[in-house]
Design a protein around this ligand. Sequence first.
Ligand SMILES: Nc1ncnc2c1ncn2[C@@H]1O[C@H](COP(=O)(O)OP(=O)(O)OP(=O)(O)O)[C@@H](O)[C@H]1O
Ligand SMILES: [Mg+2]
Length: 394
Amino acid sequence: MNPLLEQEYLDKIRVGKEKAKKYYDSGDHENASEEYQKCSKYCEILVKKTEDETKKKDYYNAFEKFVDASAKLKKMKTVVGSETTRTREETETEEGFEPYIRENLMHRNKETLPSWADIGGLEETKNTIKESIVLAYARTPEKVEIEGWRNILLFGPPGTGKTLLAAATAQGLDAAFFNVKAGQVLSKYYGESPKIVNALFEVARAESPAAIFFDEIDSIALSRCAEIDEATRRVLSSLLTELDGMSGTEKFVLFLASTNTPWDIDDAVISRFEKRIYVPLPDDDARRSILRIQLENKGFVFDDYDWLVEKTDGYSGRDIKVLCKEGAYIMVRELNPGVADVADAGLEEIKRFEIRTRKVDRGDFEKAFLRMKPASTGDMVKQYEEWNDMFGAL
Ligand SMILES: Nc1ncnc2c1ncn2[C@@H]1O[C@H](COP(=O)(O)OP(=O)(O)OP(=O)(O)O)[C@@H](O)[C@H]1O
Ligand SMILES: [Mg+2]
C-alpha cells in the first residue's frame, strides 16, 4: 500500500478519535458513535489494502474496537442540554439552518480579511479569479454572453495560500464570505448536513455577491472507498445539485473549494469544477515576495534576501511565515535577555517596557533553520505535479 495513502487514513482515524472523544465528553453520544463508525470504515480500508500481515491484524483489531464502541454509543441516548445538542435545537427553528450559517460561517467584516497584496506569487491564479469576477459584472456587447468561472478547485500542498486566496477574493469583491470546513459541518450536523448545504447556497444567493469557500472538500467527496456512508453520500449529492444549478443565475456566487488530496476526490465532483488550479510551493520570485511580506511589511530590516530565497527552496508560505517569526524572535531574545523577568513586575511595568530591536541577519536565520524543517517533501510535490498534469485545468 502507498505509504502516503496509509498515513492519510491513519491521520483521519486519529482526527476521528479526537472528535469522537470531544462529542462523548459533551454528552453527544450520537455523534461520537458516528465518528467511531467512520474510523471503523477507515480501518476496514486499511485491512483490505495493506499487504503486511502484522499490520493487517492490528488494523483488524482496531476495526473491531471501533465497531464495538460505535454500537455501544448508539444505544446510549444523547444527553439533552449538552452543548452540541443545544446548538442543534437552537438552529432548527422555523428558519432552518440560516441563523447558524449567518452567525458561524459568514464573514462580513472586510477589514479583517487579507487582500491581494498580502499574497506573494500565484499571479496566474490571482488573475483567473479576478477575471471571473470581472466577467460576471462587466457589461458586454448586446447579445454577447460571456460567463466567468463559478467553480474553482484549489489543490496543492499545505500552507501554500489556498485559504488566503479565497479570503482575498471575498475582500476584493466586497462580497459576503462563507468559510466552511467541510468535515466540521458534516460531523456537527451529521444526518442533516444535506439541508445545511442547500441552506448555505440559499443564504449565499440572498447575500450576493458572495464567495463560498469549501475547505477540505476531500472529507466529503471521497472516491476510493465505495463504502462511504449514506449521510456523506447525501451531502455529496446535494452539493452536486447545487453546483449544477449555479451557472446562469443572476446572482453571483463563486464557489471555491480546496484540498490537499485531490486524488481522493470523486470523479463526479472533480468534473464539476471548471477550473482546477494547482497552488504549488512558491518559486524563487514568490518566496521573495512572501519573505518581504513577512519581514519588511512587519517593520523588520533585513537585506540578505538572495541568500534567504535560496535557502528556503522547498518551503511553503506557511513554513516561511514560521521561519521569519522564529528568526525575528531569536533577534529579540538576544537583545532583550531579561524580557521574561518583566512578566513578574505586573502589567503596568510590562506596558512600559520597550523592546529593543536591530536588523535581522543571516546568523538569526541560521539558528532558525535548525529549529524547523519544511512540511512538504519532494515525493509529495511529485504526486501533486502528476495529478496536475492529468487533471489540472487552469
Ligand atoms: N503565497 C503566499 N503569500 C503570502 N503568505 C502566504 C502565502 N502562502 C502561505 N502564506 C502564509 O501561510 C499562512 C497559511 O496559508 P494558507 O492558510 O492560505 O494555506 P493553505 O494553502 O490554505 O493551507 P492548507 O492546505 O493547510 O489549508 C498564511 O496565513 C500566510 O501567512
Ligand atoms: Mg487552508
